[in-house]
Every structure is written in C-alpha cells, then in structure tokens.
Design a protein around this ligand. Sequence first.
Ligand SMILES: [Fe+2]
Ligand SMILES: [Fe+2]
Length: 374
Amino acid sequence: MSNSKKKTIVQKTVVEKVKYDLPKDFDGANWNSHEDDFTQIFYEQNLSQFWRPEDVSLQPDLNVWHILPDNVKWAYSQNLLVLTFLDTYQGDIGMPVVSRSLDEKYHQRKAVLNFMAAMENAVHAKSYSNIFMTYMSTPEIEELFHWGEQNKNLQRIMSLIVGAYEELDRFNYLKKYDREHVTFTDEKFKDAQWKAMVASVFLETWLFYSGFYYPLYFYGQGKLMQAGEIINLILRDESIHGLYVGRLAQEVFQTFDADKQEELKGWMFNLFHNLYKEESELVETIYDPVDLAHDVKVFVRYNANKALMNLGFDAVYPYEEVNPVVLNGLNTETKTMDNFSMKGNGYQKMKSESVKDQDFFFDVERITQPGGKK
Ligand SMILES: [Fe+2]
Ligand SMILES: [Fe+2]
C-alpha cells in the first residue's frame, strides 16, 4: 500500500473517532430528585393501579348476554368499539407524541406518559377485544369493526383528535431532526403541544367517559358485571390520565400572553363544538334504537364540563342530573370514584410466582398411572 493511501485511511479513522467522541447532552432519569410536586404521585398511582385484561373472567356474563335483545347487543358492541378506536390511537400516537414533545430533562414525566400509553392499547383496547371475543362470533366482530371503519361521525372524531396529535408529531420531528430548516418559534411549538394536550384531555375525560355510559348502565342494574368490572378498571385509569395531561396543559397555557391565550381558547372551543356535534350524532346512531340518546347526551355534557375543568377552564353546560343508574355504576361499595382511589375491594389481581427448578421435577409414576397407584 502506498504511503499516501495509508495516510488517507489514518486521517479518515481520526475524523470518525473525533466525530464519535463529540460530547452529547445525554443524561439519565434521576428519580432521587423530583421534577415537580405531582409527577411522582401520578407515577405511584399509575403503577399501583396496574392490571391485565385477563385478570377479569368474562364467562359469567354470558347468561345475561345471550338473553339480551339484538338491538341492545348491537348498541353495547358499537359503544365498546368506539372506545376501542379511541384507546388504540391514544396508545399508538396520543400519549407517545405528548411524551416526546416534553423537554429532554423531563424523564419522569415522560415515564409516566409512556406508562399511560402502554395501558391504552395493550390493556384497555385489548380488554374490549376480550369482551367481543367472549360475547360474539368472529363474523360478528368483523362486522362491528367494519361498521366503525365506515361510520362518518366516528371517523371525523378520530380525525379531529388524531389530527392534533399528528400536527405535534410533525413539530417534534422538525424541532429535533431538522433544526437548521426550522422556521417556527418556540411559541409555535408550544401552541401545537398545548393543542395536542387539549385533544388528549377531551379524549380521556370527555369521550372515554361518555362511552362508559352503557356498560355502567348495565353494571348499575347488576347486569354484565364482569364487563362492568373491566370498565371500572379502565375508567379509573382514564381518570388520572385526564388529570395528569390536563395539569401539563395548564402549565403550558400559563406561559402564553393574554392575546395568545384568547386565540388558543378560540381554537379549543371550535374543537369542542365540532366534537360535540359529531359525538351527538354518533350517540343518536348508537342509542336511538334503545331509546337512550337523550339520557346519554346529558352524560356527554356532564363529561365535557369535567374535561374543560381538567384543562383549567369553567364548565359551559348548566347542571343536569345524570341518570342515577349510571352514577350507581360509578359509585358502588367496591368502586369508589375519587380520582386517587386504590383498587376496589371486589377486584383481586391475578397472583403469580416465578418458575423454580423443582417445578420441572415430575413424579413419573403419578403421570403414567392415574391417581399415582401402582
Ligand atoms: Fe385507555
Ligand atoms: Fe387514557
């Protein structure tokens, strides 16, 4: 090899090494110091609530399910499908995109949001599928999903919510990987971040909760209790999700000046009214056949008010009395609905233990001769 060629290789190695050794601002999550005065509380609450879809057996519901009229079964299934769509995207993009938008220093906040993200699809959406798989045949499940994919109101609701997430996703990418071409200001970034958080709280505290109406309606009457048990576990999760993201949204909102805040409020109420229109039509589609649309809309408005309050705004709808049967579903002895309640005492988490070596020592005689007798 010629000397000049050797020199080129050496230089190249040196250049790569220097590039590799450039200092980077990586750091680790240090849970010894608190990032704020609420995130570690939410962390503890989230993890203490952890559960698995398979912890609740749905078989006991079948004797009730099989005698329900077809229109009731269809409304119940449609409602859970709406929840499935919302949970799927909340897990796939909603929570992750808000997590990624937070400043690099917020490792604990990101951990809490990422844990919430994992619950949405892997636990909540999976639980709805478990209900479908227990109650319905495969062709019926496919027909149900097809209905959701074709329903204009549901698709528009998804588009309104996921649209805000995708907008923040674009900003996340540009801010992190295309900084030299970035023309937007930090305020513009925070604008997209806050809007995605608003969409998230509307989904969690308003749309999810409105979807809990029908399962709670049954649960409050002592019917489909196992599905109701699952709904109670899910709504307890969504309750703290809405509170947490709402808390983060308020923090961002306070950084804007008064004019910007007014502009953002205008955007929020535009989304609010669009969502209400679509949700109302969807409620009529699902619940008119079982004569409950009026009652469900009261619950929709009740939850819309709660979502606004989680974001730091006043309620817009006047007080209306929610169906006491649904409130009963929210407030049984075993299911207290304060936002930081522990698991209900009717719920037993599946117990498991590690596999040990001795678990693999088998008594051959007992296996080959029933009863172990020679
Ligand atoms: Fe969820
Ligand atoms: Fe959630």
